[in-house]
Design a protein around this ligand. Structure first.
Ligand code: HEC
Ligand code: HEC
Length: 301
């Protein structure tokens, strides 16, 4: 009888552990771990800059779709090993660095003979490199051409790159889509009439949850000095869009906000996991009580 009880408990414990493991798998990874990217600053030295440039050219830049910088790659565009070597003499008046910079930012300004004018600017999609990243690629191309890299990243490049990076945020685009920028200025754009407050610093003044509340219920508060009742409610807008906008505005103030539906406590992974553990533990206690009861009944017989 006792052996049976132990067997029951053992099987039950096994099942509970199984459930834990299963649920643990279901819970999405809350923290995102993007691949480590090396950040470029005005202090980044030239060797590292050209290393980063190589990574960008082969990775994010997507340059190998058309070019090659080694034996692998494509021939839609010139072999960059040769391009780098002739860069100093391509265009009168432009040294290698200036020519390479121009051919990345404005590829149509000089079209290499016998090639079509098909290269997109490295600052535009699909590459979407920031000005600092373009400088890094130029540094790499200089090294590729056998020259000492002269390209340097300036403080202005970094400032401009930060603006580009933020302007790329989906939340910024959604603010246009939902017409926020028809009334509001953000990062120097939109809000021509000045009827609504500049939102560039809103993320610093308010917690993400508060901004989300304001979007769903514009009467939540009224910005001093502005007229109430003008801002429409966005409670009908897709919640994902609103989270994205809040994440963008919070990001401008250096706050991170996970746009995965943190408003409802039930959607919060931690609470859900806690609940599952609570129920599983309850079941375990129940099973133990049941085993005890069976044991007693067996003994009474
Ligand atoms: C869709 C194809 C395509 C992509 C993607 C592309 N290029 Fe080009 N690239 C070309 C073509 C074609 C040319 C030659 C015509 C011209 O000068 O515009 C060229 C020209 C160049 C030149 C000037 C070469 C010379 O010999 O003077 C450089 C430098 C260059 N590309 C670098 C890059 C880098 C770096 C990237 C990635 C950020 C890139 N390209 C992405 C097609 C592409
Ligand atoms: C038709 C014009 C209009 C639109 C569209 C609009 N707003 Fe507003 N918004 C206002 C006005 C006016 C105020 C100031 C009065 C108030 O608080 O209601 C305001 C206030 C705010 C505030 C509070 C700022 C502070 O400093 O107190 C936030 C945050 C905000 N809006 C975000 C947004 C977002 C995000 C969108 C787009 C999803 C948006 N608004 C769309 C007019 C608008």
């Amino acid at each position: 009888m006792l052996a049976r009880t132990f067997l029951n408990i053992f099987v039950f414990v096994l099942a509970v552990v199984g459930i834990y493991a299963y649920v643990g798998q279901l819970v999405p990874q809350f923290e995102e771990h993007p691949p480590k990217t090396r950040t470029i600053t005005a202090e980044t030295d030239r060797d590292e800059l050209s290393d980063i440039g190589q990574e960008l050219l082969r990775g994010k830049g997507g340059c190998l779709v058309c070019h090659k910088d080694s034996e692998t790659g494509n021939t839609r565009g010139p072999d960059l090993r040769q391009s780098a070597a002739v860069a100093a003499n391509r265009k009168p008046g432009l040294d290698a660095e200036a020519y390479l910079l121009e051919s990345l930012i404005d590829p149509g300004a000089f079209v290499v003979p016998n090639y079509p004018n098909m290269m997109p600017s490295a600052l535009k999609p699909p590459a979407n490199l920031t000005p600092a990243e373009v400088k890094a690629v130029v540094a790499y191309l200089q090294v590729l051409g056998g020259a000492e890299p002269t390209a340097v990243v300036t403080v202005e490049d970094i400032e401009q790159s930060k603006r580009v990076a933020k302007g790329d945020h989906r939340g910024r685009a959604l603010m246009d889509q939902h017409s926020c920028t028809a009334c509001h200025k953000v990062e120097g754009e939109g809000g021509e009439g000045g009827i609504a407050p500049d939102l560039t610093e809103a993320g610093g003044r308010f917690e993400p949850e508060a901004i989300l509340r304001k979007l769903n219920d514009p009467a939540a508060w009224v910005t001093p000095g502005f007229e109430a009742g003008i801002m429409p409610s966005f409670d009908e807008a897709p919640p994902g869009d609103l989270h994205e906008i809040v994440a963008y505005l919070s990001g401008l103030a250096g706050k991170s906000y996970s746009p995965t539906g943190a408003t409802s406590p039930w959607s919060h992974e931690g609470v859900r996991l806690g609940l599952v553990i609570f129920i599983a533990n309850g079941l375990m206690l129940g099973a133990l009580a049941w085993a005890r009861w069976r044991e007693k009944r067996g003994a009474a017989r």
